[in-house]
Design a protein around this ligand. Structure first.
Ligand code: FPP
Length: 237
């Protein structure tokens, strides 16, 4: 398919799986794989920007990942804290950074950095990169329900106002479009509690490539496959 025929999805979501196996194959600790995963994340952000994608969400740490060994969790938090500084070129790029997930329970220095980069980039108009940290789809839906309940108690909404559109506005991604294409690397065929509401009509793409090996050519393969899909959103043609 010629590149001009590519349909560019507006919002692409990534489950970045396979860091641990990538490291194991090289007789290295799992955290080495996560560090290589950051390089793949940066490459992918560049490639998404070049393709003209508007929103990209990356699953960096799930609400279930706390069950991993404490040293891996500590190292992951350290990687997030260190690597946020160089994730995008803050001086000369038009990339906006956002975070989703429950910030309670994250180290304070990391939370401060997340807030700092969100504020620094909030008026940018290019690609929006959304990093999911301490994120779970069930948790997000529960937090949204709690916010709605508080809003009802304060008299802002009532039962009859509750529609899919209103519910969506209470999600972490309330002001973002739903996902068009979800990509999972690492060979597993599952969603793992990621963006459950937002993927209602997403095209799903699974590949065996381990995340540290992911980059522009893999992304183009996924977008090429997406371009061939017939999206009907419940309609018939
Ligand atoms: C899943 O692979 C990967 C993770 C739980 C961590 C992903 C995090 C990064 C790529 C770093 C992101 C960095 C920033 C700054 C946001 P796995 O460990 O489950 O791999 P396995 O299935 O091979 O064990």
């Amino acid at each position: 398919m010629a590149s001009q025929e590519l349909q560019i999805p507006k919002h692409v979501a990534f489950i970045m799986d396979g860091n641990g196996r990538w490291a194991k194959k090289r007789f290295m600790p799992r955290t080495y794989g996560h560090r290589k995963g950051v390089k793949a994340l940066k490459r992918t952000i560049r490639a998404l920007d070049e393709l003209g994608v508007e929103y990209a969400t990356f699953y960096a740490f799930s609400t279930e990942n706390w069950k991993r060994p404490a040293d891996e969790v500590t190292e992951l938090m350290k990687i997030f804290d260190e690597q946020l500084d160089g994730l995008v070129q803050y001086e000369n790029e038009n990339i906006r950074l956002r975070f989703i997930g429950d910030r309670d329970g994250l180290p304070q220095t990391l939370r401060d950095k997340m807030k700092h980069y969100e504020e620094l980039s909030e008026n940018r108009t290019g690609l929006t990169v959304i990093i999911a940290i301490n994120y779970g789809g069930h948790d997000e839906l529960c937090r949204a329900a709690k916010k709605m309940l508080l809003s009802a108690k304060d008299g802002f909404i009532s039962e009859s106002d509750i529609t899919p559109e209103l519910y969506k506005s209470f999600l972490d991604t309330g002001d973002m479009p739903n996902v068009d294409l979800m990509i999972r690397t690492g060979g597993e065929i599952r969603i793992s509690n990621f963006l459950l509401w937002q993927i209602a009509y997403a095209e799903l793409y699974f590949c065996d490539t381990l995340w540290p090996d992911f980059g522009k050519s893999e992304l183009i393969k996924a977008v090429t496959e997406y371009s061939r899909r017939d999206r009907r959103f419940g309609r018939i043609k």
